[in-house]
Design a protein around this ligand. Structure first.
Ligand code: SAM
Ligand code: TMP
Ligand code: ZN
Length: 408
């Protein structure tokens, strides 16, 4: 195990507990005729011994991940559309009720949340570096700045638009290694009584469910209430609320305000106590998690090999970024999965990164159901299983691997 000298939050020593080896970019789907070599990096995770922040040991340059062909479209899930409509309505009914309120969203993607804000006429700005999705948002009338959010971006927005009552980021803050710059920017841009609200996968849930596929290039940080509270305090911000969310396999929505501006809710103390009970910052807990990951890999691979040897037709469902870690760490290729069905046009007709399994549209799945489908988009299980009811009616079975390998 390697030791990395510096935590990206506090500069403390980071102790590694899990190594997935060489991995490709999780969202870089390969054209079948491509001659370009794929980008690989070492995917490993550690915890800072000073501030407890869990983080990747190696950073992938941001331009390799977020660019004009970034394929992930947030509006691809109906459940997530509803989730973000609800988030927007909550802001509109609470924080955005003053005169000429202003909301800034980091990583607005295709505008799934800002659409509701824009329709209400409230002043808003999405900051989104990936041109593919920023253009979709802009085409639906949302104001978008095609840029990475960092301190210079925040200063420019402040100069042009004034302070923000809400700064919001969903599944984006954990993607940004250069947190020092981002939080300086937030501190600068936020109105005196403004809030910085962000939601990301919850490390406590990842450990509890051994959902190791949440670990990939784009997910640089794995937040806990404890590490977020410490991180905020370094920048004159205070964690005033923490709400558990059921989406994406278990997340927390954190609310930060300027220190002393608001009273922390009881949920903050409650979740801190739960994290202590789970011994989340004990290295032994992290080592047990790492062992459980290896066991999960072995169980999944054994099942898929057995099904192949029995001559079953097995495919994957959902060419998620998460699946890149599963496929490459487990060594699953086209010998074990014939193809992966995915509804995203930008992924269809391409090969999965590293493992080179063809990605095909759901129409292909429906035209001849396989015997089994591994559900890589397990965070959308309810929605997908409802959409694909006929698969099971025709005798097909789903294979899941969170919180354990199972067939339903
Ligand atoms: N908010 C959407 C959601 O929850 O579905 C999109 C999440 S997507 C996984 C992460 C987004 O963050 C991408 O669209 C990416 O381009 C964007 N992003 C990455 N770095 C960023 C930065 N520094 N500032 C703003 N957006 C960033
Ligand atoms: P996510 O888990 O990162 O949100 O990615 C979900 C992936 O699964 C994305 O590539 C779209 C795909 N998908 C389907 O193919 N069918 C569906 O019904 C849903 C909700 C997602
Ligand atoms: Zn640290």
């Amino acid at each position: 195990m390697q030791q990395k000298p510096f935590c990206q939050i506090c500069g403390g020593p980071v102790r590694e507990f899990l190594d997935f080896g060489k991995q490709p970019l999780s969202d870089r789907f390969v054209a079948p005729d491509s001659a370009e070599p794929e980008f690989f990096y070492r995917l490993a995770v550690g915890m800072c011994e000073e501030c407890t922040m869990v983080q990747l040991m190696e950073e992938v340059p941001r331009d390799e991940m977020f660019h004009a062909e970034y394929p992930y479209h947030s509006s691809g899930s109906r459940v997530m559309q509803e989730h973000f409509t609800q988030a927007a309505r909550t802001f509109l009914g609470t924080e955005l009720t003053g005169s000429d309120p202003f909301i800034v969203e980091l990583g607005c993607n295709d505008g799934v949340m800002l659409k509701t804000v824009s329709e209400s006429g409230v002043r808003h700005l999405g900051v989104e570096p990936s041109g593919s999705v920023a253009d979709v948002a802009a085409a639906s009338g949302i104001r978008v700045r095609k840029d990475f959010f960092e301190d210079a971006t925040a200063a420019a927005i402040l100069a042009e638009e004034g302070p923000a009552d809400v700064i919001y980021a969903a599944n984006t803050l954990c993607h940004i290694p250069y947190m020092e710059s981002v939080l300086r920017g937030v501190q600068n841009l936020l109105a005196p009584n403004g809030v910085f609200v962000f939601e990301d996968p919850y490390f406590a849930d990842i450990v509890a469910r051994t959902s190791f596929d949440q670990i990939y290039d784009e997910h640089f940080y794995f937040f806990t209430v404890r590490s977020v509270r410490t991180m905020a305090a370094r920048h004159g911000l205070e964690l005033v609320d923490a709400e558990r969310l059921p989406v994406h396999g278990g997340e927390v929505r954190y609310t930060l305000a300027r220190a002393g501006a608001r009273r922390p809710s009881t949920e903050v103390a409650q979740l801190l106590a739960e994290e202590d009970a789970q011994q989340l910052t004990e290295f032994a807990t992290l080592e047990r998690f790492a062992s459980a990951v290896e066991k999960r890999r072995d169980e999944l691979v054994s099942l898929l090999r057995r099904l192949r040897d029995e001559g079953r037709h097995v495919v994957g469902y959902g060419a998620t970024a998460k699946s890149a870690t599963v496929l490459n760490y487990c060594g699953i290729g086209q010998d074990l999965l014939a193809y992966i069905s995915d509804s995203t046009p930008a992924k269809q007709g391409r090969l999965t990164p590293g493992s080179h399994i063809p990605v095909l549209p759901p129409e292909r799945f429906r035209s001849r159901y396989p015997d089994y489908a591994v559900l890589f988009a397990w965070n959308h299980a309810e929605e997908i299983m409802a959409n694909e009811e006929e698969f099971r009616a025709a005798g097909g079975q789903w294979i899941g691997y969170v919180p354990g390998v199972h067939v339903v």
